[in-house]
Design a protein around this ligand. Structure first.
Ligand SMILES: [Zn+2]
Length: 268
């Protein structure tokens, strides 16, 4: 095996890439930290298992850079690369935490940053299966005096804009949207030559209004079936038209919306 460089990463630096001294210095100017909460799970035959971690990490770097350009300093926190992925466990390589473990991880990570002086914690959800535990963690951790926790799920807003940016009709798990974003972040890890067309997420039959999973902004959640029952390839939709340019458009939508949410909630 060779030891060539696999890919390069664009900044700004996140907490694990900073020195302790640099974090201490940043804390003199801000008490806001943004933590991407992701997964290690199948994303079809063409995307790496880290797809959600790559998107969450890059989205946070972009949000940190945008806010800095507006004079708002925040720290990009450590990406949590594991999540609740029990529905994806039929596919090799997927690593899942149970909701209990996930809750314990979120509690310990948040309590660590609170100990150092962060008081406003933004949990950025880049894997939909984490919604339930993130919601509970936000409720529990924000009960500490002086601590605010803001949970951000960009999926409902992004998906409402998909018809404007995607070539295919939908951008489900491992589909055109996710593929485009990983192409924009780390193209070296996308195997577009292996991409296959999966079924449409949510099926093709007549739809009942709001019968859409809660993490997409709908009103239902039915986790009983594993992902392999719904799609034998571990992804939905048609990712073949994905480009880095489309990924950049998706990130711009996420960045605009998330920055506005952060500014409004914290009155910045
Ligand atoms: Zn994903």
């Amino acid at each position: 095996m060779n030891r060539d460089v696999i890919y390069a990463v664009k900044g700004p630096r996140l907490l694990p890439e900073m020195t302790s001294e640099e974090v201490g210095e940043a804390l003199k100017h801000t008490d806001i930290i943004l933590i991407p909460v992701a997964s290690t799970e199948v994303h079809g035959p063409h995307l790496p298992l880290a797809a959600d971690t790559i998107q969450g990490t890059d989205a946070v770097r972009r949000i940190v850079a945008r806010l800095a350009s507006e004079g708002i300093r925040v720290v990009g926190g450590l990406p949590i690369p594991l999540g609740v992925s029990m529905q994806q466990m039929d596919f090799p390589g997927t690593i899942s935490l149970t909701p209990d473990t996930m809750m314990a991880v979120l509690r310990d990570v948040c309590n660590s940053v609170i100990k150092h002086g962060f008081r406003r914690i933004v949990l950025i959800m880049s894997h939909d299966g984490n919604l339930g535990t993130l919601y509970s963690a936000a409720e529990e951790i924000s009960k500490q005096p002086g601590v605010r926790v803001l949970l951000i799920n960009w999926l409902p807003f992004l998906r409402s804009k998909y018809t404007e940016v995607l070539k295919s009709k939908s951008g489900g798990h491992g589909g055109e949207g996710e593929t485009a974003r990983v192409l924009a972040s780390i193209p070296e890890l996308v195997r577009l030559d292996r991409a296959q067309v999966g079924p449409e997420e949510g099926g093709t039959g007549p739809k009942l209004e709001a019968d859409v999973s809660v993490h997409f902004g709908g009103g239902t959640f039915d986790p009983a079936r594993g992902l392999r029952d719904k799609t034998p390839i571990g992804s939905f939709g048609d990712p073949r038209g994905a480009t880095a340019e489309i990924g950049e458009k998706c990130y711009a939508i996420i960045e605009d919306w998330a920055c506005e949410v952060i500014r409004r909630h914290f009155a910045l």
